[in-house]
Design a protein around this ligand. Structure first.
Ligand SMILES: Cc1ncc(COP(=O)(O)O)c(C=O)c1O
Length: 388
C-alpha cells in the first residue's frame, strides 16, 4: 500500500504533479505524431523518474497509442539518466548531448549490459577518441552526427564536408559504428508565432533530408534520422523521411510552451506548492525562491513576461496577473502585474499557493521527488533523480 498524505500537510516548497494533466498532454502529443505516421522517442530528461515514465506508458496504453516505453526508445541528457532507465529495463537509449572522452567507460559499461546506447558527436576529434576507447574497452560505440538546423547551439551544417569525413573515418574502424544524424531545433523556443514554429519544423526536417541525401550520395545509409523539440513536434506538418522525433517537456508543459502557443496555461502539469511567509509594500513573500523555482526566465523575451512563475491558489486555479516578480535563494516576491495590493487579509501568513514554472525541466531539477496529486487533496511521493 503506497502512502498518501494531505496536500495541506506537506512541508513547502514541494513539487506537485497532476497525473491527469500529464496523461492528457501525453495523449495529445502522441496522437499528433501518430497522425503523421511518426515515431516519438520521448526525452527522459524532464521526468527523471521511472514512475513518471510508467505513467506516460499508461497514458499511451489507455489511448491505445503504443506499447510501453521500455519496448520503444528513449532519449536522455545525462549518463545518470541512462544508467537509471537502463536499470529499469530500457534497452534503446540515445544520449543526446555531445560526447566527452571521460564518459566513455560508463558508456561501455552500459553497452556491456546489452543496452543499445547511441552517443552524439559533431567532430572528427570525437570519432578518434571513440575509436581509441573502443579498442581499449574492446567494444564498439554507435554514434549519431549532430546537425545544426537552426544556428541555435551545437552540430555541423548539413552541407559541411566534415559530415562525410566523419562517416568515412568511422567506416574504417571496427570500434565505432555510424548510425545516422540527429538535430534539435532549440531555436523553436524563440519563435514568435505558430506559423514561425511550423516553418522551423520544416527547416529542421529539411536540414535532415539534406544531410541524409549527401550521405547517401557518398554511399552511407542512415539507420536513424532523429529530430525534434516539443514546439516543432507539436506543429510539424510532415515527418516524411524521419525515423523518429524527440520531445521531452510535452508531458509537463510550462509557461514557455504556453507563451509559444504550444499548450494552454491550464495544461501545465507541475507546480511548486509554497507558503506565504510575509508581506511587504503590497507584495507577498513566499518560501519559494530560485532554489525552488530555478533561475529560469524563459518567458522574459515572450509577449507576456511571467517573471519567475504564475501564481495559482491552493487548488491550482490561476490568479490572473499575480506573478513571482523576483527571487532570492529561499524567498520569492509575489506581486500583482498592475501593482494592486495583495493584502495580508486575503493572503495571510501560512496560506498555501502554487506557482506554475517557466521551464519545467529547470524547476523539477530543484527537487528530489514529485508529490503526485491523488483525488485533488492527497499526494503520493515519487522519487526522481538529479545530477550526472
Ligand atoms: C538534443 C535534444 N533533443 C530533444 C530535446 C527535447 O526538447 P523539448 O524539451 O522541447 O521537448 C532536447 C531538449 O533540450 C534536446 O536538447
Amino acid at each position: 500500500m503506497i502512502e498518501t498524505r494531505a496536500i495541506a500537510s506537506l512541508e513547502t516548497p514541494a513539487l506537485l504533479l497532476d497525473p491527469e494533466k500529464l496523461k492528457a498532454n501525453v495523449q495529445r502529443m502522441h496522437r499528433r505524431i501518430a497522425a503523421l505516421d511518426g515515431v516519438l522517442r520521448p526525452h527522459g530528461k524532464t521526468a527523471k523518474s521511472i514512475d513518471v515514465m510508467n505513467l506516460v506508458s499508461e497514458a499511451l496504453g489507455d489511448a491505445g497509442l503504443a506499447r510501453s516505453l521500455q519496448s520503444q526508445g528513449i532519449t536522455v541528457s545525462t549518463l545518470a539518466e541512462a544508467e537509471y532507465y537502463a536499470a529499469h529495463g530500457y534497452r534503446d537509449i540515445v544520449y543526446a548531448v555531445g560526447i566527452a572522452p571521460n564518459k566513455l567507460a560508463r558508456v561501455a559499461a552500459l553497452l556491456r549490459q546489452g543496452v543499445k546506447l547511441t552517443v552524439l558527436l559533431d567532430s572528427l576529434a570525437q570519432v578518434q577518441f571513440l575509436m581509441a576507447a573502443g579498442e581499449r574497452e574492446q567494444i564498439s560505440f554507435g554514434f549519431l552526427v549532430e546537425i545544426d538546423s537552426d544556428g541555435h547551439r551545437a552540430g555541423i551544417a548539413a552541407d559541411d564536408p566534415a559530415l562525410l569525413l566523419i562517416a568515412e573515418h568511422a567506416s574504417e574502424s571496427q570500434w565505432v559504428e555510424f548510425r545516422g544524424v540527429l538535430t534539435h531545433a532549440g531555436g523553436s523556443y524563440d519563435c514568435r508565432s505558430v506559423d514561425a514554429i511550423k516553418a522551423m519544423a520544416e527547416q529542421e526536417r529539411n536540414a535532415m533530408l539534406h544531410a541524409v541525401a549527401a550521405l547517401q550520395k557518398a554511399g552511407f545509409t542512415c539507420e536513424m534520422v532523429s529530430l525534434g523539440s516539443t514546439p516543432t513536434a507539436q506543429y510539424a506538418q510532415s515527418l516524411e523521411g524521419m525515423t523518429e522525433i524527440r520531445a521531452g517537456v510535452y508531458p509537463f508543459h510550462d509557461l514557455v510552451m504556453a507563451g509559444l502557443g504550444v499548450c494552454q496555461v491550464e495544461d501545465i502539469a507541475i507546480s511548486v506548492l509554497t507558503s506565504v511567509i510575509g508581506h511587504h509594500s503590497g507584495q507577498l513573500i513566499i518560501d519559494a525562491g530560485w532554489m525552488a523555482l530555478s533561475r529560469d526566465r524563459g518567458t522574459a523575451q515572450q509577449a507576456v513576461d511571467q517573471g519567475y512563475g504564475v501564481v495559482c491558489d491552493e487548488q491550482g486555479h490561476v490568479m490572473a496577473d499575480v506573478i513571482v516578480s523576483a527571487t532570492n535563494q529561499e524567498h520569492g516576491v509575489v506581486r500583482h502585474r498592475h501593482g494592486h495590493d495583495l493584502s495580508a487579509e486575503e493572503y495571510p501568513a501560512g496560506r498555501l499557493l502554487r506557482v506554475l514554472p517557466n521551464h519545467a525541466c529547470a524547476t523539477a531539477a530543484m527537487f528530489s521527488a514529485y508529490q503526485v496529486i491523488q483525488d485533488h487533496e492527497r499526494v503520493q511521493a515519487w522519487p526522481r533523480i538529479n545530477g550526472w
